[in-house]
Design a protein around this ligand. Structure first.
Ligand code: NDP
Length: 346
């Protein structure tokens, strides 16, 4: 008999899960979502039942709320939403998994997840506390690593500019650049407190608040001699400013364009894209799931730096499944420092 389970009568029979009930137009509003009770049963063979302790709310989920074909399928209406989560196995019908195991998986946005065990990976909470496996040592951390090392072909000595620099991906990208020998790391973020954190805690050489004035002017001041790499989390005005500041043979990682995710009309492209020709720039998009094979190498490298304190990380916690949508909306508004996480661990 594979797996182990407690007496089924000890298992919960229902759990709450967030559903998308209407496709947002522009900025999502709470009425686009509903928290509903869903039935639970003991896991079938090959499956596990997980009590989620933390789930992730991420910018890419906004794209999944639109009914458009993309690299991840759109959320279906009136079906529980999914996304990254970490939790504890409470019942198992799968070989190799037992109650008490800690796993990371893709059935977030809910209290309990019944899933195919092949979609779960055991996590070692001795490397870092559980929530870090959704942030610095998880998908966002890998995005930063792959985006910097593989896509931007980072070289020691590079001057690197990171937007969204106080967020989950950006804070790791900037610190990795520093740890790997960048000559200068510049970050932008949306509040003075975040900017101070970039300079004082994350060791960025320069940082600015993009709400204080034109990004182009502020970047010019921060990088008078230009930049070699731009790690783009934001798009729009930031991308245009970076194209102007990039040196010959500069590289851009197009990781995300959060400034445009709630746009209701087509957004203008960078007006200075023609500069890419003469400067021989390389602008390359990326999707983290293409780089999953790097995960073991990344975790080995990064967990050492996390333990030694050289790679700092923050999580912003919102408590309670019922506040999941508020956490998501807050993340879009910039209310998070580091990874935005919903905690069900109370
Ligand atoms: P963050 O933790 O950075 O949270 C989002 C942040 O975006 C907010 O905190 C806010 O910070 C900032 N933001 C919101 N609106 C704007 C705006 N109009 N202009 C500038 N900044 C804004 O999220 P992640 O680290 O998870 O994601 C960062 C980016 O990376 C996103 O674009 C995301 O889509 C992308 N991504 C891409 C992946 C890939 O595979 N390509 C994988 C994972 C993420 P502030 O206060 O500074 O404004």
């Amino acid at each position: 008999m594979p797996g182990t389970s407690p007496n089924p009568s000890q298992l919960p029979t229902t759990g709450r899960a967030w559903h998308l009930v209407r496709r947002p137009q522009g900025w999502p509003v709470p009425e686009d979502f509903a928290l509903r009770e869903v039935p639970l049963t003991a896991p079938a063979e090959g499956r596990i039942l997980v009590r989620n302790r933390y789930f992730s709310v991420d910018p890419y989920m906004r794209g999944r709320m639109n009914d458009v074909k993309s690299y991840v399928p759109p959320y279906q209406l009136d079906v529980p939403m999914d996304g990254g989560a970490v939790g504890e196995v409470v019942a198992s019908g799968a070989d190799g998994f037992a109650p008490g195991d800690l796993v990371v998986h893709g059935r977030g946005w809910r209290e309990y997840a019944d899933l195919d065990a092949r979609g779960a990976t055991k996590v070692d909470d001795s490397l870092a506390p559980l929530p870090a496996h959704l942030g610095v040592l998880g998908m966002p951390g890998l995005t930063a690593y792959a985006g910097l090392m593989e896509i931007a072909s980072f070289q020691p000595g590079d001057v690197v500019f990171v937007s969204g620099a106080a967020g989950a991906v950006g804070s790791v990208a900037g610190q990795l650049a520093r740890l790997k020998g960048a000559s200068r790391v510049i970050g932008s973020a949306g509040s003075d407190a975040k900017v101070e954190m970039l300079r004082e805690e994350y060791g960025f050489h320069a940082a600015f608040n993009y709400k204080d004035g034109p990004v182009g002017d502020q970047l010019k001041q921060a990088a008078p001699e230009g930049i070699d790499v731009y790690f783009d989390n934001v798009g729009g005005e930031h991308l245009e400013a970076a194209i102007s500041r990039l040196k010959q043979n500069g590289r851009v990682t197009l990781c995300g364009m959060i400034s445009q995710y709630n746009a209701t009309a087509p957004v203008p492209g960078p007006r200075n894209l023609a500069l890419a020709v003469g400067k021989r720039l390389r602008l390359q998009g990326m999707i983290v799931s293409d780089h999953q094979a790097l995960m073991p190498r990344f975790v080995e490298e990064a967990s050492g730096w996390v333990r030694s304190g050289e790679l700092r990380h923050h999580e912003t916690f919102v408590e309670g499944v019922e506040n999941g949508v508020e956490a998501f909306l807050g993340m879009l508004r910039g209310e998070n420092t580091g990874k935005m996480i919903v905690s069900l661990d109370a």
